[in-house]
Design a protein around this ligand. Structure first.
Ligand code: FVH
Length: 292
């Protein structure tokens, strides 16, 4: 029997590495796709795969109700959409932006008669269209819009809706990515420590990865402590003990000829929290020192 369910037509603005990966998944799933890119040559391969290439962003937007935007940054979104009639469009913006930019973009879209959903992509292009890779997209803004387009939105990657506040997808995205950079900083320091020694980084790598995985669940205890306000609940290694250990880390770094500039600021925050009389606490109090 023939499948008679009509697939939602999608317009996609932006065919960089991410936009191209997104486009291929919609084409593969049989969604009629109209694309536009500032540099037209980037659309050629997709045209050969079945995409309709619009001559202008305005024409692409006029072609379909569902308009997905995946451009470099908020400024490029401004430039591309300036002066285009968005009335009646369902605008889904997957361009990385700050929460404030996302909220402003939602208002801007509403003023122009469009519904708005913001997205924060937790994936790199090779993870798009590969469900087992674990990539997903945070969405926030109109829940009604999210529900309406749930099916096409779920094709490139998993979807996680995080609220009506249009800034929340960006905030979740940036919170997770900020934690990732903290991890990268720790990993950089660890490899630096062994850099001049007869230790194979390839041998250290699995030990490092396993240790980070073993430590990752501590985020749950931190979250519970933040929720309850009791930073001593379930403490295993208290702040006083950990601060007492910091000179060992700093001396080791010095002996290995490694700069303390990545670890040092975190240790300084730990010392400041201890000075407030919080020796029995976990490391959670550091979070309060960061928030102005
Ligand atoms: N690639 C990644 O690893 C990350 C993963 C997480 C999410 N990000 C965000 O996705 C947005 C797009 O990223 P991308 O990887 O596609 O980026 P590029 O390959 O550099 O392509 C950029 C596209 O934006 C177009 N563009 C840039 N400036 C303008 C402008 N002023 N007017 C019109 N279009 C513009 C560019 O066009 P062209 O250079 O081909 O003409 C590309 O289509 C991004 O927010 C990431 O943070 C990706």
């Amino acid at each position: 029997t023939q499948n008679t369910v009509e697939k939602t037509s999608v317009t996609l603005l932006g065919l960089g590495a991410m936009g191209t990966a997104l486009a291929r998944t919609w084409l593969a799933a049989g969604h009629p796709l109209t694309v536009w890119n500032r540099t037209p040559a980037r659309a050629a391969a997709l045209a050969a795969e079945g995409a309709r290439v619009a001559d202008s962003a305005a024409e692409a937007v006029a072609s379909n109700t569902l308009v997905v935007v995946c451009l470099l940054d908020d400024t490029s979104v401004d430039e591309v959409l300036a002066g285009i009639d968005l009335s009646g469009r369902d605008l889904v913006n997957l361009t990385t932006s700050t929460p404030a930019q996302a909220r402003a973009r939602a208002e801007w879209a509403h003023e122009r008669g469009a519904r708005y959903l913001d997205g924060g992509i937790m994936a790199v292009p090779p993870m798009i269209g590969v469900p087992e890779a674990g990539g997903y997209v945070f969405y926030s803004g109109s829940r009604e819009l999210f529900e309406r387009h749930r099916e096409p939105l779920a094709i490139p990657a998993g979807t996680t809706y995080v609220g009506e506040d249009a800034g929340f997808a960006a905030l979740h995205d940036l919170a997770l990515l900020s934690a990732m950079y903290g991890m990268f900083a720790g990993v950089a320091h660890a490899f630096a420590l062994i850099r001049k020694e007869d230790i194979d980084p390839v041998v250290l790598a699995p030990l490092l990865a396993d240790w980070l995985v073993a430590m990752a669940p501590t985020v749950h205890q931190t979250a519970e402590q933040l929720r309850s306000g009791d930073y001593t609940k379930g403490v295993v290694s208290n702040l006083a003990m950990q601060v007492a250990g910091t000179p060992t880390f700093l001396s080791t770094a010095e002996q290995q000829g490694v700069s303390p500039e990545l670890l040092g600021p975190y240790f300084e925050l730990m010392r400041r929290r201890l000075a407030q009389g919080s020796g029995e606490e976990d490391l959670t109090g550091v979070i309060d020192l960061l928030v102005h």
